[in-house]
Design a protein around this ligand. Sequence first.
Ligand code: FES
Length: 124
Amino acid sequence: MSQQVFIGNTSDFPLGQAKGASANAVSVLVVHLKNGYCAIANKCPHLGLPLAGGKLAGNVISCPWHNSTFDVCTGRNLDWVSGIAGVKMPGWVRNIVALGKQPHGVTTYPVTEKEGKLYLHPGD
Ligand code: FES
């Protein structure tokens, strides 16, 4: 595995929350789930806006801008540009707001825990 960068103590990342962190100029959201930690780029693949502040439900985060949803562990896109700031849009509006961008997953990063400390592997 590549370089690991200390991003905080496990106590800094409460269960069921997405918290921001950075490693080597890579901005991420770290999510503490029952079975471990997952990290995704804090950058929505739609328009590159931050995912921070998006609603988290289990392992799914919604982009706070246009409601695209992503699995925080696999990065897989689950729904693409379905609304604006939490309000659903009809299909024809979705196509306009998508601006021709096709559905795309978000980058994920491995996180390891060692003795109460979390490390991100930004190059993986
Ligand atoms: S910026 Fe995230 S869905 Fe548009």
